[in-house]
Write a protein that binds this ligand. Sequence first.
Ligand code: MN
Length: 252
Amino acid sequence: MIDFHCHLDLYSDPRAVVDECKRREIVVLSVTTTPSAWEVTSSLGAGSSRILSALGLHPQLAGERKSEVRLFESLLPRTDFVGEIGLDGSPEFRATWTDQVEVFSRILALCSKGGGKVLSIHSRRASSAVLQHLSNHEKSGIPVLHWFSGSLRDLNLAIELGCWFSVNPVMVDGQRGQDLFSRMPRDRVLTESDGPFARRNELPLMPWDVCSASESIASIWNESTSTVDSILDENLQHLLSQLARSPDNVPV
Ligand code: MN
């Protein structure tokens, strides 16, 4: 199982969630929302090759935390994974749009300088702007659009730009998410939970709930869940093989 976008540090008992992920051998991309959370969050994954820690600065926090871009810069050499970053064009975050753009483009420039990373990207109500920035920073790495909900036109543009997509169970519950998902390239999709932010039946999604996304994918693709799981595993190996990393860091 693969949970390629999870806020492990935001569960009420992160250690217990990590232990359960280890027991179930789930590969987790553990994203952070601020650079100051990096030390504690990355320590959750210490000693496990399956828990990949990502350095992030969430667009919804860009207004109050933009001064942490300097800390972001100093920590960046320590990881190949960046997230959660991006832009949020929802009305409640419009006031910080200028700060969001400044932080996001600065981070993409730093990633380009750092040789390219895997980037887990938020694009709610901002997919066109996100794609524009990604095309301005082609060397920033491999973008994985998390919970993509943009237009079909932007989806096609994202595919042309080489973006990957991580999809969660809530996204493929609805018709619109299913339509978008059915147009995503099979060799560029991964599953995610976006827990504990993403909720279902009033409960936060857990990393192991990605199995429900696999079931939805199986029905959309008309394949068995075991076929879906092996495609997703191959996708992950392919994604990670594009990073200049030492082989013993690659999860098995
Ligand atoms: Mn998230």
